[in-house]
Design a protein around this ligand. Structure first.
Ligand code: MD3
Ligand code: FE
Length: 208
């Protein structure tokens, strides 16, 4: 395993952590699992305005939002009512190798970016276990990722994320603002139908 670049305190980046063969196997597994947990568009709190990114989840808890109840974690898929599929073994292994946290992740949010989808600057703060890092795995088209200071949006920086990259945000970076400004269409052929997938792994409840 290569050493990560420390982009800022608490932000570690492994370029091409997963090689092309493992990326392909993982994408195949994601689409296989998504047959039982179809992608949906979450809605913003109150307005119900749909996010451009399509989502589904793996693991015990899935991130969801709609007009009525806002941002939250749910144990069941909002449309099928079924529990979420299990987190793929490659993904759990990546958490164990890079997160430095003594308990497994509970939520694996699958973000699918197609047709110019973006994600505005925000903070991940719907979790109780803020001592746990958040881990991201990028697959498919390259993206321009923006992240900022712990508080203000003023000092944000951008980096390109490529297929197979892993990012870990922990400690002082856990509540940083971040977002996806753009996805470079057809910069990769990994995803059937094109686009980018990001897996976001989170611990939601405090362990023990
Ligand atoms: C920095 N997803 O789903 S992952 C999200 O590429 C999300 O789909 C983006 O932000 C994506 O919430 C970025 C990278 C990431 C995830 C969590 C973070 C960066 C983070 C938490 C704290 C700071
Ligand atoms: Fe986020």
């Amino acid at each position: 395993m290569s050493k990560p670049a420390e982009l800022a305190p608490g932000v570690r980046h492994w370029r091409h952590y997963l090689d092309a063969g493992r990326q392909k196997l993982l994408v195949d597994e994601i689409f296989q699992l998504a047959k039982d947990a179809p992608f949906y568009h979450a809605g913003m709190p109150r307005t119900g305005q749909r996010l451009s990114v399509e989502m589904t989840n793996f693991g015990k808890l899935g991130w969801y939002s709609d007009a009525a109840k806002g941002y939250r974690y749910e144990a069941r898929h909002p449309l099928t009512g079924a529990t979420w599929p299990p987190i793929p073994a490659t993904v759990l292994a990546t958490w164990e190798e890079t997160a430095g946290y003594p308990a497994p992740p509970e939520a694996c949010l699958v973000n699918l970016y197609r047709n110019g989808a973006r994600m505005g600057l925000h903070r991940d703060q719907d979790e109780e276990a803020l001592d746990a890092p958040v881990l991201s795995i990028s697959l498919g088209d390259h993206a321009l990722f923006r992240f900022g200071a712990a508080r203000a949006r003023a000092s944000s920086r951008s980096i390109g994320l490529e297929s197979g990259d892993v990012l870990v945000f922990g400690g002082p970076a856990r509540l940083m603002f971040h977002g996806i400004d753009r996805v470079y269409t057809a910069s990769s052929t990994l995803i059937p139908g094109g686009g980018r997938i990001n897996l976001t792994l989170r611990r939601v409840t405090r362990p023990g």
